[in-house]
Write a protein that binds this ligand. Sequence first.
Ligand code: PEP
Length: 259
Amino acid sequence: ATTRTPLMAGNWKMNLDHTEAIATVQKLAWTLKDAKHDYEAVEVAVLVPFTDLRSVQTLVDADKLDLRYGAQDLSRHESGAFTGEVSGAMLARLGCTYVAVGHSERREYHAEGDDLVNAKVRAAFAHGLVPILCVGEGLEIRKAGEQVSHTLAQVEAALVDVSREQALQVVIAYEPVWAIGTGEVATPEDAQEVCGAIRRVLTELYDQEVADAVRVLYGGSVKSGNVAQIMAQPDVDGALVGGASLDPVEFAKIARYQA
Ligand code: PEP
């Protein structure tokens, strides 16, 4: 038996400016309100560009929305001479609940390695943010059948010096790189294989209580048409949704996968 609350998190990537963000969040909130969405049963969050955060915060506060929000990255540093970076403290001040860490696009285009991802996970916790730690294998590794060992190594490296108390809060998103933005969705069995392995490694790194508490999401071309099968897997507790989260009606349908 599990008490994990499913989480549907939209990753807008570098899309939607702050005025578009307001319109999109309003439409998402109205659509979910019309459907009488129970946010305690399925949590809904959006991870938006830094420049959108203040607008999203204002809207969420003004309309007392139950929607959570956060950023797509943060600095490993506290403050200082790090031109262009944004600190965890700044995100916390803007009311962020979550921050994505180690997304495959950051790992690939910004050469983020396991040590930096670990530092960012710890920086997030240091400021009371919940990291959504992204892990997953590329196509070559999948073809070699090494998706589990590769992904577990990323999880272990990212959680170095993360306390048990912090680990209880972490969200882990399994995102096979070959399924991101490609329309190529992993089968529910593929998702379960790695999500289940992630949960088992949490028992080794921490204990059963941590493994039972941590939400493991699947990400990679999730849409309203395929989300229910993925969510039916025992170790999948939600989805990290890229492209489909830009359409608020479609994203609301994903959040309403049980309806
Ligand atoms: C993502 O970027 O986290 C993602 C899963 O993208 P998409 O849903 O577009 O594949």
